[in-house]
Design a protein around this ligand. Structure first.
Ligand code: HEM
Length: 145
């Protein structure tokens, strides 16, 4: 590779506008894919605020300026997701929406390959349950049937 061929970050490829479009396509997918209905239902009816937050988050995460950090003082995703049951199925739903959004916005194979493992990784750090469905925790509950 010559000196002029610096590896690009996803942010350099997409820019602010590209990331905003990706996030719009992501929540559009969440609102329309039947297999994402479960995670759509966890979100507020009005997706406006979270569209802005995820856009800001991804700008920093993809190698751009840390705008989410500047607003929220942290990039830790544990607290904002703690109220929700996020197991393997819900994590797959999130990734499916992102895959659809990358497809719909015409992302190159290079960009898709660049993002695949990091997206899986970050989605798995947000996962806060081992099971996809809530498990009975009360030992007095005796499953019947
Ligand atoms: C793994 C599956 C995931 C599920 C089911 C999920 C679900 C949610 C829900 C229900 C909210 C609250 C939205 C609202 O109040 O309307 C939220 C907020 C948010 N999510 Fe996720 N999420 C997931 C993964 C991720 C990932 C991987 C990222 C980052 C790459 C992310 C970034 C955010 C951000 C930045 C917010 C806003 C947090 C804030 O209030 O500052 N989420 N998510």
């Amino acid at each position: 590779m010559g000196m002029e061929e610096q590896p690009q970050t996803p942010y350099e490829i997409l820019g602010d506008e590209g990331i905003r479009k990706l996030v719009d396509a992501f929540y559009d997918a969440m609102g329309t894919l039947p297999e994402a209905a479960e995670i759509r239902a966890m979100h507020a009816d009005d997706l406006g605020p979270v569209r802005k937050k995820l856009t800001n988050y991804l700008i920093g995460w993809m190698g751009g300026p840390p705008v989410y950090l500047a607003v929220h003082g942290t990039v830790c995703l544990t607290d904002p997701h703690a109220p929700f049951h996020i197991g393997p199925r819900q994590t797959e739903q999130w990734l499916k929406c992102m895959e659809t959004a990358l497809e719909k916005t015409g992302a190159s194979d290079e960009l898709k390959n660049m993002l695949k493992l990091p997206l899986e990784h970050v989605a798995n750090t947000v996962r806060n349950q081992d099971e996809s469905d809530p498990q009975p925790r009360d030992p007095n509950i005796i499953a019947v049937g």
